[in-house]
Design a protein around this ligand. Structure first.
Ligand code: GLY
Length: 503
């Protein structure tokens, strides 16, 4: 079993993530989140908000509707260009994504080719249906947006948004006025997006309903400098340049400053955000060797983008984009202005009427989550169970509280401690089975600390804290437990120095 399959099994068994409406036949590409999954995802999103929105003075968050009228996507270009090539098996009728199949069979990367060219490649290489070996139809383009109709009598076509970005563009003039902002400034949005993927796969990596956290950073094209660039310019990132992809050579490790100087990254704003993304992922426990940026080739660059640099995570099945950084120029504002007739320009302090340019970091929440699950997963033969080394920011529980035995007033004391901790942290109470089994259950879901209440808790008023990562144990005063846990969670004290080490 691969690591991802192992994780998927835990997610099912512990009700963390599971197929939507699973009591009926499985509709692939849709997943529900149980209590633990909801907590982890919510914390991941909150951490993103802290890291990318609250830490900045000029980024404002909005919350727009999921259903948007057709005009929006006519202007954005999604109606025409948000398409994937498909072929159908003439025998078993399965629908296959043509470019993926060609890549699997020939190793050739065929993004951007026309349906006619793809049909020819399939015929020349005698590629058949992967399910039944049947002959494949000609390739045609399929729009990935999910369509719906507004009003009981229909007639008003709308779409479930395929990206959160479009609410930001259509609301841009109002938000700009309401916040009394000046360029550069950003609008962020967190929410659901939908894509009618032809072949959902790899658990929560390629799904049909997912969450995005996006920022559109608007700036004056005549003043492209990012005021905070100096703070990150010496940070190093790993990037696969377009040139490296052509020569199949290795990624390079380069400072943000050099990457802009050498025009590997198109501008300071994108560079600044990329530096933060790299740090953000590392702080989530994804090691540097499993991270790389990749400059998308021209033929795979989205229709709205003047250049994309993806952040990719290494999964079991290969590298996959989890953040897209697009230099969207003025593509969206310009086209919305054309179609709506509304003015999307802004007046600068020096009296110029400017159509802002935009850099967009777009995070896939579920893909990021899968990367975190995978790289925090510890296969631990010594302990005899596997567990998640989630960072404190996203661990579903800070602590578990265990009564050593279920008698002699120990459960009463443990419940008292549990009630106190509950006011400050996410905690759970477990009195089932041996302490070993309880440690295993707590570790498996990444609980940071286990607090055991024993006989000393009654007379000496102490308890034992066990550290998930090392299994070491310290004895602390119950009165000091909240303060000690706070310090541990915030990394203000080393575990072994936070109490009396138990031998
Ligand atoms: N907004 C970019 C994307 O959804 O891919």
């Amino acid at each position: 079993m691969s690591k991802m399959e192992e994780i998927q099994k835990i997610c099912l068994n512990r009700g963390i993530i599971f197929p939507t409406a699973e009591i009926y036949s499985n509709i692939s590409g849709f997943y529900d989140y149980g209590p633990l999954g909801t907590s982890i995802k919510r914390k991941l999103i909150e951490y993103w908000r802290e890291f990318f929105v609250k830490s900045e003075d000029n980024i404002y968050e909005i919350d727009g509707c999921i259903v948007l009228p057709e005009k929006v996507f006519e202007a954005s270009g999604h109606l025409k260009s948000f398409v994937d090539p498909i072929a159908q098996c003439k025998k078993c009728k399965s629908i296959i994504r043509a470019d993926d199949l060609i890549f699997e069979k020939t190793g050739k990367f065929v993004e951007g080719k026309s349906p006619k060219e793809l049909t020819e490649i399939i015929q020349q290489n005698k590629i058949k249906c992967p399910t039944c070996g049947g002959e494949l139809s000609d390739v045609k383009m399929f729009n990935l947006m999910l369509k719906t109709e507004i009003s009981p009598v229909g007639g008003k076509t709308a779409y479930l948004r395929p990206e959160t970005a479009q609410n930001i563009f259509t609301s841009f003039p109002r938000i700009f006025r309401a916040t009394r902002a000046k360029l550069p400034f950003g609008i962020a949005q967190i929410g659901h997006s939908f894509r009618n993927e032809i072949s959902p796969r790899h658990f929560i990596v390629r799904v049909r309903e997912f969450n995005q956290t996006e920022i559109e950073m608007f700036y004056d094209p005549e003043h492209q400098e990012c005021p905070k660039f100096d703070k990150v310019k010496k940070n190093k990132i790993i990037i696969v340049t377009r040139e490296a992809q052509k020569k199949e050579s290795e990624p390079i490790k380069i400072t943000i400053e050099d990457a802009v100087k050498k025009k590997i990254i198109p501008n300071q704003w994108m560079a600044y955000l990329m530096a933060k993304e790299f740090e953000f992922y590392k702080s989530l426990g994804i090691p540097e060797e499993a991270l790389r940026f990749r400059h998308m080739l021209p033929e795979e660059t989205p229709h709205y983008s003047g250049g994309n640099i993806d952040l990719e995570i290494k999964f079991d099945f290969g590298w996959k984009e989890t953040i897209g950084n697009a230099y969207r120029t003025d593509h969206d504002l310009k086209n919305h202005m054309k179609l709506s007739g509304k003015d999307m320009t802004v007046l600068t302090d020096d009296g110029r009427k400017v159509m802002p340019h935009v850099v967009e970091p777009s995070f896939g929440v579920e893909r990021t989550l899968m990367g975190v699950f995978l790289h925090c997963f510890v296969e631990d033969k010594q302990r005899g169970w596997n567990w998640f080394k989630f960072p404190a920011k996203i661990a579903p529980y800070t602590a578990a509280v265990f009564p050593l035995v279920n008698k002699d007033k120990i459960p009463e004391k443990a419940e008292e401690v549990y009630e106190t901790l509950k006011k400050c942290f996410d905690v759970f109470y477990d009195d089932g089975g041996s302490i070993g089994r309880r440690y295993a259950r707590a570790d498996e879901i990444g609980t940071l600390f286990s607090v055991t209440i024993d006989y000393d808790s009654l007379d000496k008023k102490t308890c034992t804290i066990r550290d998930r990562d090392t299994t070491k144990q310290i004895i602390v005063k119950i009165d000091e437990l909240v303060s000690v846990l706070n310090k541990l969670v915030n990394g203000e004290i080393e575990f072994e120095k936070a109490g009396k080490l138990k031998q």
